[in-house]
Design a protein around this ligand. Structure first.
Ligand SMILES: Cc1cc2nc3c(=O)[nH]c(=O)nc-3n(C[C@H](O)[C@H](O)[C@H](O)COP(=O)(O)OP(=O)(O)OC[C@H]3O[C@@H](n4cnc5c(N)ncnc54)[C@H](O)[C@@H]3O)c2cc1C
Ligand SMILES: C=Cc1c2[nH]c(c1C)Cc1[nH]c(c(CCC(=O)O)c1C)Cc1[nH]c(c(C)c1CCC(=O)O)Cc1[nH]c(c(C)c1C=C)C2
Length: 561
């Protein structure tokens, strides 16, 4: 029987949360951290009690990482199982991770630069989970809401082939914009889709590029969809999985046309989504009412408001210990001894835990596991590196247009994008600033396999040259900030769902004592991370989840009326 049927005494370890940027930035930071090793010793007590849980923040082989998931897992444990001792480990000296807001003194006062995430979507089911957390952390008054009617929400651009194309934001405007270069071929692709034949029954997954080209046409794939995936995964449509990224469309093809399914008023949700939506809807009537009409949101003092508030709340929890500067470097698993997990950190002092929730980057977790229990499926998750350049110009309204920013599809000629930029965010259109603030993101899949990257000086020069070419900005920026985000966005490549199902089976070898969560598995957005933390904790405490990847076993979709 699963040993987690009756959770009683727990001791929890939560190493996690985020750490600052690395290698290329306006000020280099190095961290000395002590080597530690994590021993996973399996214990099944007669009554199946949980004696402790270890939660690892995500381990990146190289420098740094986000870790909103680890902080969230600790926080949910401290709320749902307050009697359980929890230890949060963080390899670097800073809690907060990708949610890293950099504040720079300037003649115009403090200028805030986001080195990682900056906006959060409110209206998905996972978005409700984050909203519920924000309410419990009493952060409502810190919110900046970007209205659906604002230019930042309505105006999104794609640079193609040599100019900005403002994307239509209604079906009618699609019909009225046949001359927009990036829309060329879109209408014909959409009209043809309902008549495409279905995929062969034995096709279990395919790349987004192949799926979209097959259902619509290559123009739509290489221009619109390629740009869209640059803006979330920094990824390549010919590598990313259609089944993992567009599950509803993938499922819809089994019943016929994607367009017909998109136009039908039925939406499909997993059973988990349905349960979560129902649970959270009633508890958050007030904040949801306030956020009505919001497209995306952030915080007055930057996105790290959320991670810092979690850390503060955890500090107040009597059973939570936060350890920074403690890097864990291996997990020994001694199945026969049936003892709790042993953690050694720094001085090699062992500490015992009976459960581990890992929010590490999947390959990093895998490298921690004892060889016989390693999972090639965990090792298979790749990630891309993004070079983030923040620029601040003292002149306000320097941009030729207002909006969220623009994305650059892979179909743009090299002459227009030698910097291999993915997109540019118009930060001053989403969060207030005296002058003009933008963020240029470069690299991603274009730099797969690279071992050397532009240095700080080169990065600034690339960004300035790109903005000059694309937006005719000739002013010299007053402030710049460069961050090389190594292996920062996991790539759900073709076959991802099947590999995660296999990883689930591999992790069962730990008999429910090792669970996983974080952006390696079922969503790279901040909401997905918070949701995965909540789900894995509830699954652990209720005994309903063995590994955190249980959901990959035959997803239950429910068509809503
Ligand atoms: C440039 C960029 C822009 C983004 N923009 C957005 C956006 O606008 N909206 C959005 O929703 N999402 C955005 N994201 C995605 C989102 O920010 C991340 O997916 C998420 O923060 C990842 O968090 P995680 O907790 O899943 O895992 P991870 O970030 O991988 O957690 C890792 C933690 O574990 C710690 N750790 C590592 N090794 C060890 C060890 N040996 N021992 C102990 N601890 C260890 C690390 O230091 C770190 O703190 C963006 C991401 C990037 C990179
Ligand atoms: C140009 C590169 C990138 C930009 N943002 C990211 C990259 C790699 C990373 C990223 N941005 C968002 C997410 C979370 C998505 C989710 O599932 O919630 C991630 C991982 C948020 C996001 N990205 C875009 C929008 C409009 C949003 C916020 C609201 C939403 O999710 O709808 C598209 C987009 N990203 C970038 C630009 C310039 C852009 C559109 C113009 C930057």
């Amino acid at each position: 029987m699963h040993p987690m049927v009756k959770p009683q005494k727990h001791r929890l370890l939560i190493p996690s949360s985020l750490s600052p940027a690395s290698s290329v930035r306006s000020s280099r930071t190095t961290h000395s951290h002590r080597q530690t090793s994590l021993r996973y010793l399996h214990r099944t007590t007669p009554t199946g009690t949980i004696e402790s849980v270890a939660v690892l923040g995500s381990l990146y082989t190289s420098c740094m990482c986000g870790g909103i998931t680890g902080l969230s897992a600790a926080w949910y444990l401290s709320k749902l199982a307050p009697s359980v001792p929890v230890t949060l480990y963080e390899k670097l000296d800073r809690l907060g991770g990708w949610l890293h807001t950099k504040r720079v003194e300037s003649e115009d006062g403090i200028i805030q630069f986001e080195q990682g995430p900056r906006t959060i979507r409110p209206w998905t089911v996972s978005g409700l989970v984050t909203i519920d957390m924000i309410r419990q952390l009493d952060l409502e008054k810190e919110l900046i809401l970007i209205s659906k009617n604002s230019p930042a929400a309505k105006n999104r651009f794609i640079y193609f082939p040599d100019r900005l194309n403002q994307l239509p934001n209604s079906l009618l405007s699609v019909l009225l914009s046949p001359n927009l270069p990036v829309m060329k071929g879109v209408l014909s692709g959409v009209l043809a889709e309902p008549f495409r034949k279905r995929r062969p029954a034995d096709l279990t997954d395919e790349s987004v590029g192949s799926f979209i080209s097959r259902r619509f046409n290559k123009a739509l794939a290489n221009n619109l969809v390629s740009a869209g995936l640059h803006g979330i995964y920094a990824g390549d449509i010919d590598q990313l999985s259609a089944k993992s990224l567009f599950p509803r469309f993938w499922m819809a093809e089994e019943h016929g046309s994607l367009i017909r399914s998109a136009l039908s008023n039925k939406t499909m949700e997993t059973e988990g989504d349905q349960t979560t939506r129902a649970e959270l809807r009633d508890d958050n009537v007030g904040i949801c009412g306030r956020m009505e009409g919001t497209s995306v949101y952030s915080f007055k003092n930057g996105i790290e408001t959320l991670s810092l508030a979690l850390a503060r709340d955890l500090e107040k929890s009597p059973n939570v210990t936060i350890k920074t500067g403690a890097k864990l470097d291996n997990i020994d698993y001694v199945k026969t001894q049936g003892l709790p997990i042993n953690i050694t950190e720094g001085t090699n002092k062992a500490a015992s835990y009976s459960h581990v929730i890992s929010t590490l980057f999947a390959p990093s977790l895998n490298s921690l596991l004892p060889t016989p229990l390693q999972s090639p499926s965990l090792a298979s998750v790749q990630a891309v590196t993004v070079l983030v350049v923040n620029l601040y110009y003292r002149t306000p309204n320097l941009l030729p247009v207002q909006g969220f920013g623009y994305l650059i599809p892979r179909s743009v000629p090299d002459s227009e994008n030698p910097e291999k930029a993915l997109g540019v965010i118009f930060d001053s259109d989403t969060t207030p600033s005296p002058g003009t603030k933008v963020t240029v993101m470069m690299g991603g899949h274009y730099w797969q396999g690279r071992t050397s990257y532009p240095d700080q000086h080169e990065a600034v020069k690339m960004a300035i040259t790109l903005l000059q070419r694309h937006l005719r900005i000739t002013e010299t920026p007053a402030l710049t900030n460069v961050t090389l985000q190594k292996d920062c966005i996991p790539q759900y490549t073709v076959g991802h769902d099947e590999r995660m199902e296999t990883a689930h089976e591999d992790l069962i070898g730990f008999n429910g004592r090792l669970s996983v969560a974080g952006n390696s598995y079922s969503g790279v957005g901040l909401n997905d991370c918070v949701r995965s933390a909540r789900d894995v904790v509830k699954g652990l405490l209720s005994g309903s989840s063995l590994t955190g990847l249980d959901g990959f076993k035959d997803k239950q979709w429910v068509s809503l009326k």
